[in-house]
Design a protein around this ligand. Structure first.
Ligand code: HEM
Length: 572
């Protein structure tokens, strides 16, 4: 009995201590005069990090909507940890640009470091202070316009491989069609392998592609890691070191270091002088005497920050165009006109195609791959509330910038759920207008703006051009037409995927018919020409769509009294 009483008292004591630990901070924002929803025990204000009934970002979007107009920011809790959610776009700009000195760190830097994560810990996204400046400074020259231009022919050659792959796949008649993100991931894997390591990944070949699998695994693991680190926010700062674990598995690190070594070996043995990323890294290694780990860390940046984000942009853009046939046709016309005039879509053309730019921007607005940005206060400072009351922000306070919620706010974007590329037309002020308002942030802004933005836009635009010029894209019925952010993902990925309806490109089907005839008969005889069924169908469809004689002007040749009196000579 005494033992039972003792056990019960102990359980009660532990329960009470745990309860106090989890809730003692719940008046943190109230004490500072910051508005905010009441947090729940264990769940805080972002319950779906734990419950996983929907993507936890929807919890944040709901709070944004509820508190918009009430103040410039909201005080919320992640489990028990106070965070400041910014609502006013002017304040978002302040955090990113004007007041950068006080918000220069990403919250992620609390969780990863060079000791636990030798490769990820050297990524500019994670670093802070002088180390961040140094590493960012090292990668920046590798992504100049000239280097991206030098990579453009490689991107075009990967585009060609993608088309061949699609031609093969469409003949297989898979009931569900082709999943757009899977297709785009093959493309970005091949581009990154070629541009960064100078080696072929074989991402469009039959069977498994090792680089693709490893690249995807780095990020799959990251989702679990994000959930883990959100939960670990509940742990006091002084205890965090005990729970630190690497985000990248040891075998992955070894794989990517080996890959980089092999790439360097091949480059040096072929004495190639390709002006690409690897070439730049080799020069940098010499100049700064970089270690193996440091060089490998730079290559990993592309996999971690660029591979998945770009494939999401490409697949979401194709999805939007598949759902909006007239936009798709308008884009195809723009591409075809450029090819007609220049014989190709050059690197310069790609930057200038206005409708392509609008489609990409509208897709980045609707579905920004990074749904929100998690910053951290790096120096204690004050932020002004809407009533001009200064609020003290402590060093280390997480600051949440809700990119998706801003992009979907009807005050800035009327009819925000609709795909309307024309919002970004030059006549409407283009993307610049929204950037200046602080409401268009797919790549962030300020000194920590995405380093790979131009590379990402170039590879994504090249892929979209390639697909749209060759294929009429439609969604397979397996695709949920409503875009619901996947519960399992921390980036803007649709639940269930975007399945593209399979149909052969008319051009390819036509080419196959001609080749088959020549193969069988050695030539295209006069008789063959009359008999080719698909040629006949194409010609008829074209005549129906664009009859060379737009109308016919006939004349009544007999005067008739009934039923309608038509005088002789009346044109009809
Ligand atoms: C469509 C594709 C991409 C999107 C939407 C995207 C988006 C972003 C966003 C939102 C940030 C954080 C900005 C902030 O709020 O602080 C970021 C940072 C970053 N991105 Fe990207 N990104 C893309 C592709 C790439 C690529 C291809 C690279 C390859 C190098 C890259 C490298 C980085 C790096 C290194 C950072 C950290 C910069 C810093 O902290 O100084 N990104 N990106």
């Amino acid at each position: 009995m005494a033992f039972l009483l003792l056990t019960l008292s102990l359980v009660g004591l532990i329960g009470t201590l745990l309860y106090l630990f989890l809730t003692f901070n719940f008046n943190y924002w109230k004490k500072r005069g910051v508005l905010g929803p009441k947090p729940r025990l264990l769940l805080g204000n972002i319950p779906n990090i734990v419950l996983r009934k929907r993507n936890f970002q929807y919890d944040i979007i709901d709070i944004y909507r509820e508190y918009k107009g009430k103040d410039r920011f909201v005080g919320i809790f992640n489990v028990r940890n106070p965070q400041l959610l910014i609502i006013d776009p002017k304040l978002v700009q302040d955090v990113l640009i004007a007041n950068f000195r006080n918000f220069s760190e990403n919250e992620f830097s609390k969780w990863a470091d060079k000791e636990t994560d030798p490769l990820l810990g050297r990524n500019p996204f994670i670093l802070s202070g002088n180390e961040w400046k140094e590493k960012r400074g090292e990668v920046t020259p590798a992504l100049t316009n000239n280097r991206i231009k030098a990579s453009y022919p490689i991107m075009l050659s990967v585009c060609g491989k993608m088309t061949k792959y699609l031609e093969k796949e469409t003949k297989k008649h898979i009931a569900d069609g082709i999943e757009a993100r899977e297709l785009a991931a093959r493309y970005t894997t091949e581009v990154v392998s070629n541009c960064i390591y100078g080696i072929e990944a074989g991402a469009f070949e039959e069977g498994t592609c090792e680089i693709r699998e490893k690249g995807a695994a780095v990020l799959d693991q990251s989702f679990a890691s994000i959930v883990y680190l959100m939960l670990m926010s509940a742990v006091p700062d002084c205890l965090r070191g005990i729970f630190k674990r690497p985000f990248m598995r040891k075998d992955m690190q070894t794989y990517f270091i080996q890959l980089m070594k092999e790439a360097i070996r091949v480059r040096q043995s072929t004495k190639s002088d390709r002006v690409d990323f690897l070439n730049y890294l080799l020069q940098l290694r010499e100049k700064k005497n970089l270690s193996e780990i440091e060089v490998a860390a730079h290559t990993i940046t592309f996999f971690v920050d660029g591979f998945e984000t770009s494939s999401i942009l490409i697949s979401n853009c194709i999805r939007c165009l598949a759902q909006h046939e007239s936009a798709q046709q308008k884009l195809r016309d723009e591409i075809n006109k450029t090819i007609e005039e220049n014989g190709e879509v050059s690197f310069e053309n790609l930057q200038e195609l206005p409708y392509l730019d609008q489609c990409i921007n509208e897709c980045l607005r609707l579905y920004p791959p990074a749904i929100a940005s998690n910053k951290m206060c790096s120096n204690a400072c004050e932020l002004m509330s809407s009533k001009d009351k200064p609020i003290k922000i402590e060093k280390g306070t997480p600051i949440l910038l809700p990119y998706y919620a801003l992009h979907h706010d009807p005050e800035y974007y009327p009819n925000p759920e609709a795909f309307i590329p024309e919002r970004f037309s030059p006549e409407n002020g283009g993307a610049k207008k929204y950037k200046e308002m602080g409401v268009f942030l797919p790549f962030g802004d300020g000194p920590r703006i995405c380093l790979g933005m131009r590379f990402a836009l170039c590879q994504s635009k090249a892929a979209v051009v390639e697909i749209i010029r060759n294929w009429k894209v439609k969604l397979n019925p397996r695709t949920n037409p409503n875009f619901i952010i996947d519960t399992q993902h921390f980036l803007c990925v649709p639940e269930g995927g975007s399945w593209l309806a399979q149909h052969e490109s008319a051009q390819q089907k036509f080419r196959d018919e001609i080749n088959k005839t020549i193969e069988e008969n050695g030539e295209m005889s006069f008789e063959n020409l009359q008999e080719l069924p698909y040629l006949d169908q194409c010609i008829n469809e074209c005549l129906q769509l664009y009859p060379p004689a737009i109308a016919s002007n006939k004349m009544c040749s007999n005067s008739k009294e009934k039923p309608i009196k038509i005088e002789k000579g009346t044109p009809s």
